[in-house]
Ligand binder design. Structure first.
Ligand code: SF4
Length: 497
């Protein structure tokens, strides 16, 4: 029978907001595990204690920000519009239905006032909470980097002619009667011309980079993420400009992780972008197993007769190199290089060598080899890979794929990290910390049921399953029933809660 509702607007709501938010709502579950009692003390220095207008409650503001990040509403304007009508956000942030919400610009100013270190400590506290809940292990940590598109338009991009600027500056210095020679790079003059680079004056901290050679360059930042293996908890994040090499961030990141977890990281997995000799050597010294595929040796081009550098044997003990003809190459002491150390053959040795033509060009007088930092550790890693990684190493590297890359995928699709919401390195770093904190809190909330009723139900289910499994085992033993093919007993942790 068709009916028509007799709708009349409520004059008042006689029910606490908590009752109106479903128990399985993410904000309700997170509220059960979120502890911000320390926040007021931590931000005390950011406010004047005896003068000025009363501030917005710091806990309420942070709860508003977190509520937005949980639901992927990362822009303040959009968040405040949503909070106006969203019961769950109002309840989570501690605003009554008729209470006026803060201006959206207040959130921006508060983020700037608190600064990135405070948001780092919010993130670290979520890691500490996960550790208390037994979710974190320092056995294996997966590290990777991802690009975050900067918040600038294509139209704002312009070209920076670095070389021209340097030339103009030099000329200006000379015309000013500056007798000092321009200080620059020592050694041979640079042969390659510096390419004019694009950048955006709207956000000069962002640099042009791409995740794949097939894609065009974009103004970006780079987030360096570390995820532990046990439950996929994020244990460290940092943000650099897009062009920063992730391999050079690795050791600092491992040090930070060890400081956060207060434990030694036993194994680190990374992709080939981190395969630097210096990384292998440092991780070896620290006693950390490096599951990093070494860089592949490029195949020789057809028709290239030059003897490749790998045929020159490095002797670490005597710090010299032996060439294919048996001569020794010694270290050049006068050439400073950030890439490694140069070794040069004696011109007298090369002069009468039968391999001379295949060894170096006609213009040069002897062969020079560059040995990068941690070269021997790199060779050991390469040998280990060529022999074939053992089963557990292969398994760890497989998990690297879906653990850390999964975190990047979720942070971009569910929490709005695909594009920066603010400009400048500090704003993007704050966004990155908040995203990581929210993802950790979600893990924590999953572990803890939201209400006592749910908790009791979980306990009862666990008890029932344990009893059923014990009964089934005894029946099997009594009647000598074989385990069905493909059957695996439930994991132990199911029965320990
Ligand atoms: S040319 Fe010089 S460096 Fe090359 S193989 Fe002969 S002796 Fe060794």
């Amino acid at each position: 029978m068709q009916s028509r509702g007799d709708w009349q607007e409520d004059l008042f709501v006689a029910s606490p907001l908590r009752e109106l938010v479903p128990d399985d709502h993410i904000l309700k579950r997170v509220d059960a595990v979120l502890d911000l009692s320390w926040l007021h003390e931590a931000v005390r220095g950011c406010y004047c204690q005896d003068n000025g207008r009363p501030s917005i409650d710091p806990e309420r503001v942070l709860r508003l920000m977190l509520a937005g990040f949980f639901q992927g509403i990362v822009h303040d304007r959009k968040l405040m519009r949503e909070a106006q009508v969203n019961l769950a956000i109002r309840w989570f942030a501690g605003y009554r239905l008729d209470e006026v919400l803060p201006e959206r610009s207040s959130l921006t100013r508060i983020r700037q006032r608190w600064g990135a270190p405070l948001f780092r400590s919010i993130f670290e506290r979520t890691v500490a909470q996960c550790m208390e809940a037994g979710l974190v292990s320092a056995d294996t940590v997966h590290i990777d980097a991802t690009l975050i598109r900067a918040d600038v338009s294509w139209d704002s991009l312009t070209t920076r002619h670095a070389e021209q600027v340097v030339e103009v500056n030099d000329e200006k210095a000379a015309s000013d009667g500056d007798d000092e020679p321009p200080t620059g790079r020592r050694g041979r003059p640079r042969k390659k011309k510096i390419k004019p680079q694009k950048y955006s004056p709207t956000d000069p901290d962002a640099t042009m980079s791409t995740s794949c050679k097939q894609y065009h360059l974009e103004p970006t930042y780079k987030q360096h993420t570390a995820v532990e293996d046990k439950n996929g908890v994020i244990v460290d994040v940092s943000v650099t400009t897009g062009q920063a090499n992730e391999g050079k961030q690795l050791i600092e990141q491992v040090e930070r992780i060890e400081a956060t977890l207060n434990d030694h990281v036993a194994c680190v997995t990374c992709d080939a972008g981190y395969a630097h000799g210096a990384n292998y050597a440092t991780l070896e010294q620290r006693g950390t197993d490096a599951v990093i595929p070494p860089p592949r040796i490029a195949p020789r081009k057809k028709g290239t007769q030059r003897i490749p550098a790998r045929r020159f044997k490095y002797d670490e003990h005597h710090d010299r190199i032996t060439c294919p003809a048996g001569s020794h190459l010694h270290r050049k002491s006068c050439t400073p290089s950030t890439n490694g150390r140069y070794y040069r053959a004696r011109s007298s040795d090369c002069k009468n060598c039968p391999l001379r033509e295949r060894c170096f060009s006609a213009k040069a007088v002897s062969r020079t080899i560059l040995i990068g930092e941690g070269y021997t550790a790199l060779l050991r890693a390469r040998r280990r890979k060529e022999k074939g990684w053992d089963e557990s190493t292969r398994e760890k590297y497989k998990r690297h794929r879906w653990q850390v890359e999964g975190v990047h995928g979720r942070s971009k699709t569910q929490h709005g990290l695909s594009r920066a919401i603010g400009r400048g390195l500090t704003n993007v770093t704050i966004q990155s910390y908040l995203t990581a904190a929210v993802m950790n809190l979600k893990k924590l909330a999953k572990k803890h049921p939201a209400t006592k009723d749910q908790y009791r139900l979980t306990q009862a289910c666990t008890r029932l399953t344990t009893q059923f499994y014990a009964l089934w085992t005894s029946i099997r033993q009594h009647h000598k029933i074989n385990t069905p093919k493909g059957y695996a007993p439930p994991p132990k942790q199911l029965f320990t809660n």
